[in-house]
Write a protein that binds this ligand. Structure first.
Ligand code: X2X
Length: 348
């Protein structure tokens, strides 16, 4: 026994000295690397969001020559589908990295409610003015302080209203509709102000609830609508109101980040920036270009799509204004003011 321990110790010493004499810091470092890193996502690769995860993982593998190997966990499966716990799990290291929605992390990082203030961002240029400008940098500082390493922005998209009952053109049309929401209490406030009956549930629970008719409606980007085939679970009426859009954030757990060499950190960051840019293009496909071909495809499946005139949209803005005002100090008055200014100064 003693003999064996001695031998083992000797072997360890000689391995270390070989590494030292050969000057192999990479080998020593690689010993701290996990064989696989776990990336959390709410949805899989059929969705622009999940596709972004796949692109990021592939780019990281290529740039680090396989030193960093990432496996995708869609359906937030590392935390049993409980998407509003994702940020805590990331901080604790249950999750190594993620592309997360600002909505799902807003219960822990209250400033992320910024993007869910009703009718803050009227168009894509407004989203870009925030994420690609000083507001984006400020939010990254906040995320860094909250305990993760933010690297790049992506996008889930404009969240449009859908339901199984009837056309919604005015706030009065929402009266009594049971609407599934996720995230912070801001969503409950907004839909309560609109006269609806909001109920909070995870995305995993929401889909069977649409199918059974337990809830009447929901709000999600049209790319989620099509990939999840919500028309097949009764969601036949869509209102294009662009009331909020959720950006996605590419992040890594701090300890994991610190375990990588500076070169590999830079590779992971560059991969995230490239993947983020590509993912945003995919997320906007069919929606940002003239004629919005994605909407034509959805209408062809028997879905009624309602576009609002500026005056009709304004009625929704007016009803939710008290909620915007209530939440402004909760998000952080300075941050909201900074966002309002950036949007007012945006270039089309
Ligand atoms: O749960 C949702 O609605 C989803 C998929 O859009 C998010 O994760 C925010």
């Amino acid at each position: 026994m003693k003999q064996r321990r001695k031998l083992l110790a000797l072997a360890a010493v000689s391995a270390a000295s070989v590494a030292l004499t050969l000057g192999l810091p990479a080998t020593a470092q690689a010993q701290n690397y996990k064989s696989e890193y776990r990336m959390s996502l709410v949805v899989g690769t059929a969705f622009p969001w999940g596709k972004g995860g796949e692109i990021w993982a592939n780019k990281v593998k290529e740039k680090t020559q396989g030193r960093i190997n990432i496996k995708l966990y869609p359906g937030v499966s590392l935390i049993q589908g409980d998407q509003t716990r994702e940020f805590s799990a990331l901080r604790q290291g249950v999750i190594d990295m993620a592309i997360g929605s600002t909505i799902n992390w807003s219960p822990q990082v209250k400033q992320l409610n910024l993007f869910s203030l009703p009718f803050l961002m009227p168009d894509y240029a407004a989203i870009d003015a925030l994420t690609q400008g000083d507001v984006g940098k400020e939010v990254f500082k906040i995320l860094d302080k909250a305990g993760v390493v933010p690297l790049a922005w992506g996008e889930n998209g404009y969240r449009e209203l859908t339901n199984s009952k009837h056309v919604v053109k005015t706030p009065a049309d929402l009266k009594g509709l049971k609407i599934r929401v996720v995230g912070s209490p801001l969503f409950l406030d907004t839909f309560t102000a609109l006269g609806a009956n909001p109920t909070q549930m995870s995305w995993a629970d929401a889909q069977p609830a649409f199918a059974s008719g337990a809830v009447d409606g929901q709000e999600n980007p049209m790319s989620i609508f099509t990939a999840a085939k919500l028309q097949n679970v009764g969601q036949k009426y869509v209102t294009m109101w662009h009331y909020v859009a959720d950006p996605l954030v590419f992040v890594v757990n701090k300890e994991v980040w610190n375990s990588w060499t500076p070169e590999d950190r830079e590779h992971v960051r560059q991969a995230a920036l490239e993947a983020g840019r590509e993912e945003i293009v995919i997320a906007r496909k069919g929606l940002a270009e003239p004629g919005q071909p994605l909407l034509k495809e959805i209408a062809a499946m028997g879905v009624t799509i309602t576009e609002l005139s500026p005056a009709e949209r304004e009625a929704f803005v007016k009803v939710t204004k008290p909620i915007y005002d209530k939440w402004k100090p909760l998000v952080g008055t300075n941050l909201v003011k900074m966002a309002e200014k950036a949007i007012a100064a945006r270039k089309p």
